[in-house]
Write a protein that binds this ligand. Structure first.
Ligand SMILES: [Zn+2]
Length: 715
């Protein structure tokens, strides 16, 4: 159900206090005047006199009226009474004649009854009375607010006598929008009934079975029977008939004048008007035609549901202080006959989205409906002004206008509507129409507000609470719209909402600050479920720990990337682990690996730095034949795959080779020098040996040459 405030509807005739006052007057009148006494002595007791009435109201939709019949039975069983009373007796004295002497005389009182009293509806017509004997009359006596007191006079009914009276009249249904509270039409009826009978009475109400009735009896009860197309509500004989009253409200579904309209998105809206009220029919039709397209555009969706949305005319008295109501389970908007307030139809139609199935907080449904209404009427939702109630405003404690609502109650209710409208429309205005559609889509689809990198978490099916609404407004509305004050929305809500959950707003503020700082820090990285879920669930301690953990992981990976860019740490496996972390444990594990990666990267980077540093000749000699690059490449690969042990081993390998290089160089150089000396000595030896040999050969050749005359050279 949803409703709209409006104080212009007056109360009906059925108000308890009004009736109590009315009957107070009746009883006083009855008690002083019912007994007509024949004797000169006043008799006060009513013993033996009975006045019992059976009142029947018959709903007559075809004629638009109630037909009322009151059958009254007056009986007099009060016996005559005789008492001795002082009197003067005349005594005859032969001497002096008659003279008076005091004495007592019997006096008989004879009781009769010749009138009764009734309350008849002020608008009654064709009032008539008949009696089974004697003359009878009916005349109005005292007039009251809704009922007039009538006196029915009839022939004297003496002891042992009984008289049957029948009073009939008609109560025509009031015209639509008239002050007369009774409505009796082909589609809709609303009326109240009473009981008559000074010494007791019963009431019967008869209506066609096609009418579905809501019955609200007071100081009595009905039993219901059905026969021949009529349903009958019957009370027992009630000793105090004056205390009883009951109100009937109902409709005949086949009695409405129906017309069907279609929204731009194709949703059917069925208008159900009273056949007797073409003005309402035309006005409602015009307002629906104007509103539905704008509403669908505002929300970004077709009107929800599958069957037709029904807009039904109801009596304004039925709605009390409200101009309309909406029942989501039936998709029925009940709009009062007093269709004098622009936007009521739009407001109620918008409740097809904004109702208890979407929001747990009533202020969100009403605030959203008022916001929707204001966008159509152009009448903005203004600041509500000073709170008229005691204490502080609290729209979370939504107040309803019951039949006994005081003026102060109604002012508080109006304030709540105004405040809710102001909160919703202010924030919707800051978000802008496109982003507001996104906000509503998320809420309607139960999608959580904190989302990142394509991850959209779902809320459980069922209505969303004000916290989910606030998150959606903030994260999908205000932040994308560039509102930099992260507390703007929650501060506005806190002005009017005193709910206990408000106490969590400071923690929410801190967590959201950290959340958005993280989003700014991590560049292209996404924020994982490990953060999103506790943010969405308002578990801010866990969310904060997760935010800090992701921040630490990103810092570690950034450190690794800075130390060893070629390892590609920022977009490596840590990113995948972090972005896929479903909870804090997984995120912590990823952060630990990120720390390992940084350590490994720094180790390999250090080794790489050492490997590429300038080398002295000795080191160069020591490293001849040693290729560090494969080790460094393996180290980089180990960093990329977060294999800390391998990375360290490769770095150590490089470092060890570098450390060993000078010594090895020295050894090699020493060995090289030894080899040169040895080779030199060998050369001399060869030279010398060869010179001696040559000397020997020269001598031999000389001997040969002396024979051949030739000379030769060797070497
Ligand atoms: Zn409403």
């Amino acid at each position: 159900m949803a409703a709209r405030s409006g104080l212009r509807h007056g109360g009906g005739s059925c108000s308890g206090s009004a009736r109590d006052r009315a009957w107070g007057g009746l009883l006083a009148a009855v008690l002083v005047s019912v007994l007509g006494l024949a004797a000169p002595i006043a008799a006060s007791a009513a013993d033996g006199l009975t006045d019992i009435a059976a009142t029947t109201y018959t709903l007559n939709p075809a004629e638009g009226r109630l037909d009322v019949a009151i059958e009254i039975t007056v009986s007099n069983a009060k016996a005559n009474t005789t008492v001795d009373v002082p009197c003067t007796k005349w005594v005859h004295d032969p001497a002096g004649g008659y003279h008076a002497v005091p004495g007592t005389c019997p006096q008989t009182t004879t009781y009769y009854v010749n009138e009764t009293f009734l309350w008849i509806e002020r608008t009654a017509t064709r009032i008539a009375v008949t009696a089974d004997r004697g003359a009878v009359s009916i005349s109005v006596g005292k007039r009251d607010t809704s009922f007039d007191e009538y006196r029915v006079g009839f022939t004297n009914v003496y002891n042992g006598g009984t008289l049957h009276l029948r009073v009939t009249y008609q109560v025509p249904g009031g015209a639509p929008r008239s002050a007369e509270p009774t409505r009796v039409g082909k589609a809709y009826a609303s009326f109240c009934v009473i009981a008559n009978g000074i010494d007791g009475g019963s009431t019967r109400v008869v209506a066609p079975t096609t009418y579905a009735m809501q019955v609200d009896p007071h100081n009595g009860a009905f039993t219901t029977t059905t026969s021949g197309g009529a349903r009958t509500w019957q009370t027992l004989l009630m000793p105090d008939a004056s205390a009883f009253w009951a109100c009937f409200t109902g409709d005949d579904p086949v009695g409405y004048l129906r017309s069907t309209l279609a929204s731009p998105a194709g949703r059917a809206i069925e208008l159900q008007a009273w056949p007797e009220d073409p003005v309402w029919n035309a006005t409602a039709k015009r307002e629906i035609s104007d509103a539905v397209g704008k509403l669908e555009k505002l929300v970004g969706r077709a009107l929800p549901g599958t069957g037709p949305i029904i807009v039904r005319e109801v009596g304004s008295d039925e709605l009390g202080a409200y101009a309309g109501t909406f029942t989501p389970s039936e998709m029925v908007a009940r709009v009062g006959e007093n269709l004098d307030q622009p936007g009521v139809v739009a407001h109620e139609l918008s409740h097809s989205w904004f109702n208890d199935a979407l929001f747990t907080a009533r202020w969100l449904s009403e605030g959203s409906a008022d916001w929707a209404e204001s966008t159509i009427t152009g009448e903005p939702c203004r600041e509500p002004g000073t709170f008229p109630g005691p204490g502080s405003p609290n729209i979370a404690d939504w107040r309803f206008a019951g039949p006994r609502a005081t003026r102060r109650d109604l002012e508080v209710i109006d304030y709540q509507y105004a405040a809710s409208c102001f909160v919703v429309s202010t924030l919707a205005g800051k978000a802008g129409p496109d982003r507001m559609r996104t906000v509503l889509a998320a809420l309607i689809d139960h999608e959580a507000a904190y989302r990142s990198g394509g991850v959209i978490l779902r809320h459980p099916d069922g209505p969303e609470d004000w916290r989910a609404w606030l998150d959606a407004i903030d994260e999908l509305g205000l932040v994308p719209a560039g509102v930099t004050d992260l507390d703007y929305a929650q501060n506005l809500v806190a002005r009017f909402d005193g709910e206990a959950g408000i106490a969590m707003l400071p923690a929410r503020s801190k967590a959201r600050t950290l959340y958005h700082r993280l989003a700014g820090e991590i560049g292209a990285w996404a924020i994982p479920e490990a953060v999103l879920r506790p943010m969405n669930d308002w578990r801010f301690d866990e969310a904060t720990a997760a935010i800090q953990t992701e921040s630490a992981a990103f810092a570690a990976v950034s450190g690794a990337a800075e130390a060893l860019p070629e390892a590609g740490a920022v977009n490596g496996p840590i990113r995948r682990l972090v972005e896929g972390a479903p909870n804090l444990a997984a995120l912590s594990s990823a952060a630990a690996k990120a720390s390992d990666q940084r350590i490994a990267a720094e180790a390999v980077a250090e080794a790489k730095g050492a490997a590429t540093a300038p080398r002295d000749p000795l080191e160069q000699v020591g490293l001849i034949g040693t290729d560090l690059d494969p080790w460094l490449a393996a180290g980089v690969a180990a960093v990329a795959s977060i294999d800390l042990a391998t990375a360290r081993a490769r770095a150590d390998q490089v470092n060890a080779a570098l450390a060993a290089a000078p010594g090895l160089g020295a050894i090699r150089l020493g060995a090289a020098l030894g080899l040169v000396l040895f080779v030199g000595l060998g050369f001399l030896l060869v030279r010398r040996r060869r010179a001696a040999a040559r000397a020997r050969a020269v001598a031999a050749l000389a001997a040969v040459a002396s024979i051949d005359g030739a000379d030769g050279t060797a070497e």
